[in-house]
Write a protein that binds this ligand. Structure first.
Ligand SMILES: *[C@@H]1O[C@H](CO)[C@@H](O)[C@H](O)[C@H]1NC(C)=O
Ligand SMILES: *[C@@H]1O[C@H](CO)[C@@H](O)[C@H](O)[C@H]1NC(C)=O
Ligand SMILES: *[C@@H]1O[C@H](CO)[C@@H](O)[C@H](O)[C@H]1NC(C)=O
Ligand SMILES: *[C@@H]1O[C@H](CO)[C@@H](O)[C@H](O)[C@H]1NC(C)=O
Ligand SMILES: *[C@@H]1O[C@H](CO)[C@@H](O)[C@H](O)[C@H]1NC(C)=O
Length: 465
């Protein structure tokens, strides 16, 4: 296994595969590559440690920035699959397992104009221990990516990389023992469950576990190993870090996994999640708990019904009275919007018996009605002030959804009209720029349409009165 450097284009990548702990340092020629995609220098970093800055990056990035790496003078992590422009200084950081890159410094002549290194085999350059170490840490750099981006990301990685069988062979040649995910997860859970571990070690185990449970089979392994119950028990831990990271693993294990959703529900997870959300806790804890709650509720009408009965909507509404909880607002609105849409979409086509049965279940969930009754309309429209476009997009969509019932209330809010007008101007300009650069139905065009439709919808009935 070596670097197959092509003069035209190289991407360094690294992945952990489904069944085995596997490292692949592979350079893939992009078929549509242009000459500016080239690797300049590769070096490993044994002890260097100016990397804290690159690991902690709390808020998610604009998804549009995912594909291309924007270099600065500081080392930054290159994500798998990212295209790296030419002329950069690139290194593999063995402490984090990430590739990092930065701009070359003009006057630091050492090494910089060295040619692309000859195809040295990775195994010549790093020991198996170092590789495993790097892999164990690989996950950490990605942990702030939001769940859907992360899933897309992993799928993208899988699509691009070699079949597992092939990887496995390469690893056997390197004498790295190939373990099954079940074995690995058993060890991780033991690391988490032993009283000998410090909180930091437990958190670390949870990071590792979170990676595995994205796989449907592994989420079920978590059940078999008694891990799910163990995590649910930790939701009332007095150590906020353990609550936070247990919720994170639970969220990922439940996502799109009905069997695990049901088990978690039966083990009392919903009540515990709501208790965490209702208590005084750091926002970071609430964020992950909200993630777990979303995973619990989506496509699970029975849990949604219980959520309503347990006063879950009110608990979420209380966030809006708290301080420093801004980063939760859009997440809450997104969850509610998605749940309302989930029901609505179901009523769009009712051909099969299966859908009709589902409709019966959803009939009992009067979420939209409760949202209106409990006075969410002004809370939601107020969020249009947020500066981020993706937040505004969610809010505009939610306002549209609520319009039939909340119109009168929206109309009374003169601020809302002012904000909508200024958004329209802003998006008209951005849309014009976007069109100039040759994009017809681009993102800002969509936002402009959305804004216009809210304005029209709001105004139409004014005129109709
Ligand atoms: C965790 O540890 C306790 C006590 O050591 C043990 O009884 C329990 O079975 C362990 N749980 C799991 C899921 O391994
Ligand atoms: C969490 O609550 C359960 C009962 O609901 C209790 O058995 C357990 O000891 C509690 N755990 C902690 C860490 O307080
Ligand atoms: C689906 O069924 C409901 C009544 O159960 C009906 O009101 C609705 O019009 C139907 N939708 C379609 C697309 O047939
Ligand atoms: C926005 O609306 C215009 C006019 O109705 C339409 O042609 C265009 O496709 C819409 N843009 C998007 C992104 O849907
Ligand atoms: C809304 O309707 C009023 C009254 O017809 C009109 O004066 C106003 O310009 C309209 N506003 C927008 C943004 O279309």
């Amino acid at each position: 296994m070596g670097f197959h450097t092509s003069s035209r284009c190289v991407i360094i990548s690294m992945t952990i595969s489904t069944f085995i702990l596997a490292a692949i340092f592979s350079c893939i020629a992009l078929s549509h590559a242009s000459p500016e995609y080239a690797l300049t220098i590769v070096e490993d970093v044994g002890d260097d440690s100016n990397l804290e800055a690159v690991v902690e990056n709390e808020e998610m990035q604009d998804p549009e920035d995912q594909e291309i790496f924007y270099p600065t003078r500081e080392w930054q992590v290159v994500k798998p699959g990212q295209a790296v422009p030419a002329g950069l200084h690139i290194r593999l950081n063995l402490q984090t397992g990430s590739n990092e890159a930065k701009l070359l410094e003009e006057d630091n002549g050492r090494n910089h104009h060295k040619q692309v290194h000859k195809s040295t085999s990775v195994s010549d350059r790093y020991t198996a221990e170092e590789l495993k170490e790097a892999l164990a840490k690989f996950k950490e750099g990605n942990e702030n990516v939001n769940p859907t981006e992360e899933t897309d990301y992993k799928q993208e990685i899988k699509r691009r990389f070699k079949p597992i069988g092939e990887l496995k062979k390469e690893f056997e040649q390197m004498n790295i023992k190939v373990e099954t995910d079940f074995e690995i997860m058993t060890k991780i859970i033991n690391r988490f469950n032993t009283s000998l571990s410090t909180v930091a070690e437990k958190v670390n185990a949870l990071y590792d576990l979170e990676y595995y449970v994205h796989q449907v089979d592994n989420a079920q392994n978590l059940l078999k190993l008694g891990g799910l119950q163990l995590l649910i028990n930790h939701l009332n831990s007095t150590e906020p870090l353990l609550v936070e990271h247990s919720a994170f693993v639970i969220g990922s294990a439940l996502a799109s996994n009905p069997k695990v959703q049901v088990e978690a529900y039966e083990a009392g997870a919903l009540q515990k999640l709501l208790m965490v959300l209702a208590a005084e806790k750091p926002v970071s804890v609430k964020k992950k708990t909200l993630y777990a709650l979303s995973s619990m509720l989506r496509q699970f009408p029975y849990a949604q019904q219980q959520f309503m009965k347990l006063g879950g909507l009110q608990i979420l509404k209380d966030f809006f009275r708290g301080k420093n909880a801004e980063s939760l607002y859009v997440r809450v609105v997104t969850l509610l919007y998605d749940l309302v849409m989930e029901k609505m979409l179901l009523y769009k086509d009712n051909n099969t018996q299966q859908i009709q049965e589902k409709q019966e279940q959803y009939k009992k969930i009067q979420l939209l009605e409760a949202i209106i009754e409990q006075g969410w309309c002004p809370i939601i429209s107020d969020l249009l002030r947020l500066p981020e476009n993706d937040a505004r997009e969610k809010v505009l969509k939610s306002i549209s959804l609520l319009m039939p019932s909340c119109r009168a209330e929206f109309q009374k809010d003169l601020n809302l009209q002012t904000i909508l007008d200024s958004l329209r101007k802003e998006y008209e300009d951005l849309d014009a720029d976007e069109k100039k650069s040759g994009e017809q139905d681009g993102y800002f065009n969509e936002l402009l349409n959305l804004t216009n439709s809210v304005i029209t919808n709001l105004n139409e009935s004014l005129n109709g009165k």
